[in-house]
Unconditional design. Structure first.
Length: 311
């Protein structure tokens, strides 16, 4: 029996684990086999306080994990298959099944994050891993001296485009609008980089090739004109989809699938809390995920202590 089970091991989940363990709650963190934290896949994080020169996402997450372990958090790896509630002596107990193993807990913190959104165009699935990627840190080195297309115009798209210039001969950013949504400092960097070109007001209709990607078909959203752009790889950064399917019949989600939680990270179901990128919120960053995680753990602590008559 755990006091708190935290599902997800990104910045939000690990911070929740750190705070819960320091509060001397018996804590278990569940790390997914198939869905890595987006922070881990980030080459350089330079807007997390305390690291003026930046830090790799992998290193930062490892630091978080080691700190949570130091204070007593337990870890298990696997995908959560089922969550259900049952009563014991009038107290609601949450049963969490992970890879055919069952764990019981008085509370749950959801910190499952979000996964990259797909274009859903012909060729995207066919060439996934053969030129189509959603992670520059993972696959950028495979495109040394190649022509790379990046789809998107937000912070992630621009950060990853800048990273890809370390490898590619040319990076072409395709954006459906006529201006970027990325923060100004990133825009300054990308506009001054000689390796980067832009195709504005355009969307990708198709990704084509034989054994691997060799072109994308584009459409100008204003003129409706279509054309073909020769390239060796397509990196897609057009947003995220929350990893919340398993919770849809348990707690309230919004129209996009994000968990609806209040300022104390409480969801519609008593004893379940949510934090980080899976939650409906304005800003999804490592620093806001950490704040969410701390709040979720504290709310869970108060809930558990009340159940135990220790409040």
């Amino acid at each position: 029996m755990y006091d708190i089970i935290i599902i997800g091991c990104g910045p939000a989940g690990l911070t929740a684990g750190l705070y819960a363990s320091r509060a001397r709650l018996k804590t278990l963190l569940v790390e997914s086999f198939s869905i890595p934290s987006e922070a881990v896949l980030t080459d350089k994080i330079e807007n997390y306080p305390g690291f003026p020169q930046g830090i790799s996402g992998f290193e930062l997450i490892e630091n978080f994990k080691n700190q949570a372990k130091y204070f007593g958090s337990e870890f298990t790896a696997g995908n959560v298959e089922k969550i259900e509630a049952h009563a014991s002596d009038g107290i609601k107990i949450w049963k969490v099944t992970v890879e055919n193993k069952t764990y019981n807990s008085l509370s749950i913190v959801i910190a499952t994050g979000a996964s990259p959104q797909k274009l859903n165009v012909p060729g995207e699935e066919q060439f996934k891993g053969k030129g189509v990627s959603y992670c520059a840190t993972c696959d950028g080195a495979l495109f040394k001296d190649k022509n790379i297309v990046v789809v998107g115009g937000g912070d992630t798209a621009i950060e990853e485009s800048l990273f890809l210039t370390k490898f590619g001969k040319k990076v072409t950013i395709i954006h459906r609008r006529d201006r970027l949504r990325a923060v100004k400092i990133l825009q300054e960097r990308v506009f001054s980089n000689e390796k980067i070109e832009f195709i504005w007001n355009s969307q990708v209709l198709e990704i084509s090739g034989n054994q691997k990607v060799d072109a994308v078909k584009l459409k100008d959203v204003k003129t409706q004109e279509e054309n073909k752009l020769i390239c060796d790889g397509v990196f897609i950064f057009i947003g995220f989809i929350p990893n919340t399917n398993i919770f849809k019949n348990i707690i309230e989600l919004d129209g996009k699938g994000y968990v609806i939680a209040d300022a104390d990270m409480k969801t519609s179901e008593e004893g379940i809390f949510a934090c980080g990128d899976c939650r409906q919120k304005l800003l999804r960053q490592v620093v806001t995920a950490c704040g969410d995680g701390a709040t979720a753990a504290f709310s869970a602590q108060q809930y558990v202590e009340k159940l135990k008559g220790m409040a």
